[in-house]
Design a protein around this ligand. Sequence first.
Ligand code: PNS
Length: 183
Amino acid sequence: MIFDNTINTSTSIISYALCNMERKSVYPGSFDPITNGHVDIIERGLKIFDRIIVAVLENPKKQPLFSTKERVRMIKDIFSDQKRIEVQSFDGLLVDFVRENNATIVIRGLRAISDFEYEFQMTLMNRKLNPDIETLFMMPNISYSFLSSNLVKEVSMLGGCLTDLVPADVEKKLKKSIQRTHL
Ligand code: PNS
């Protein structure tokens, strides 16, 4: 009887701990700059997770249009009212960043079949590096399925309209930054 009670108490404590455990995930990317497609994925992720860490890649090999600091700032500003979003930059291996932040889930957006091969390779490499980390793929709204940071930069550079494709503040920053690079 005492044994039964001990088991029941332990089970209750474990269930309580599991119920109260924060469901946390990491959404990594270059975000040069963040687009409405990324915003859409983050908002979908918030329906599943209590907290999302948006992890902005600091890659010395790539020459981004926006500095790491600018990319982090833009995302923080977009989600300034959303306490469940944290924005950090990272360098080195993604799996190390995920582990250091006590998370086990990585979110990635899948727009089209063309994304699949790269994502497949990356997921399996990350799994080889750390089998405890899982990648969860989410599809953005169909209206963002053609959208990418690179296309957004090109359209902005050629004077095209980006309304509905990037947050208004990002559009302003894109225009400024492109003027800056043409000076
Ligand atoms: O927005 P992107 O450029 O498609 O994001 C790619 C990113 C940042 C997720 C990927 O390049 C990455 O995880 N880089 C960190 C380095 C790393 O862990 N490499 C091995 C995994 S394949």
